[in-house]
Write a protein of this length. Structure first.
Length: 261
């Protein structure tokens, strides 16, 4: 009898480490609780048996990622080494950080870099004229892609059919009273943004805040990220975003294209 050839799916199933998957899931649920949490709360949030969660938590404590007084569990700053490894190893972040610094200084406003992660955007780098982030989005902050300028700039990398299917399948819960949720309107907006080379979103992702973004392309033209600037609606009109911020963003994106592989 001939030996059956293993498929990639078979190999992935064999290589899957369930204990590691559970450990990562438990780490993630810390972001859904405020302050120290009990074993029962964490196990319930991670959908894990209490005994399994206990073993994982004490393993994480042994590695320095979690601290406990025997009853309550809390993440330690050591967990930031995981994010630090990503930020230091990611070429887009490394190449774009000096560009963000330059743009922020020139505009005297905060500039940010975001990546697409599923149906969300994640902000992975920022810069401000003073390097003090007293307001705005923190690194690691997530927002729905469909209603953000960075998200629409990156979704523009899909062709029309893929984009329509993606928009229809994703959750489109309104974030503010101005949030556009109709998939047909969103499709038309993103197609128009793609053609003009930038996206401007006015109070759809955050109340009283508007932002403008441009896609960041690598050497072959593929969109890999987006950079943006924004401001409170009472302080900066939409026209100023286009006249003053957009040229800086475009110059920054053009500057790095040949250096992104």
């Amino acid at each position: 009898m001939p030996k059956l050839k293993r498929t990639d799916q078979d190999e992935r199933a064999t290589d899957f480490v369930e204990a590691l998957d559970r450990g990562l899931r438990l780490l993630q649920v810390f972001g859904t609780v405020t302050g120290p949490a009990t074993l029962s709360d964490l196990a319930r949030a991670a959908d894990l048996p209490r005994a399994t969660a206990r073993r994982i938590l004490f393993t994480l404590a042994h590695g320095g990622f979690v601290t406990t007084d025997g009853k309550l569990f809390t993440l330690t700053p050591h967990v930031l080494t995981l994010a630090g490894s990503f930020l230091q190893s990611n070429q887009v972040v490394t190449v774009l950080q000096p560009v963000l610094d330059r743009i922020a200084t020139a505009a005297q406003e905060i500039a940010s870099l975001a990546l697409l992660d599923g149906d969300d955007v994640v902000f992975v780098a920022r810069s401000s004229p003073t390097r003090v982030f007293s307001a705005g989005l923190d690194i690691g902050y997530r927002l729905p892609a469909f209603c953000t300028s960075v998200g629409r700039a990156m979704l523009g990398r899909l062709d029309d059919a893929e984009l329509a299917a993606r928009l229809k399948a994703m959750r489109r819960d309104p974030v503010t009273p101005q949030t556009v949720t109709d998939p047909k309107k969103l499709l038309a907006t993103i197609i128009a943004d793609r053609a003009q080379g930038y996206s401007l979103v006015d109070r759809e992702a955050e109340p009283h805040f508007r932002s403008i973004s441009v896609p960041v392309r690598r050497y072959d033209g593929t969109i890999v990220a987006a950079i943006n600037m924004g401001a409170h609606v009472d302080r900066v009109p939409a026209r100023e975003l286009i006249d003053r911020f957009l040229p800086l963003l475009r110059d920054g994106a053009d500057d790095v294209k040949s250096r992104l592989l």
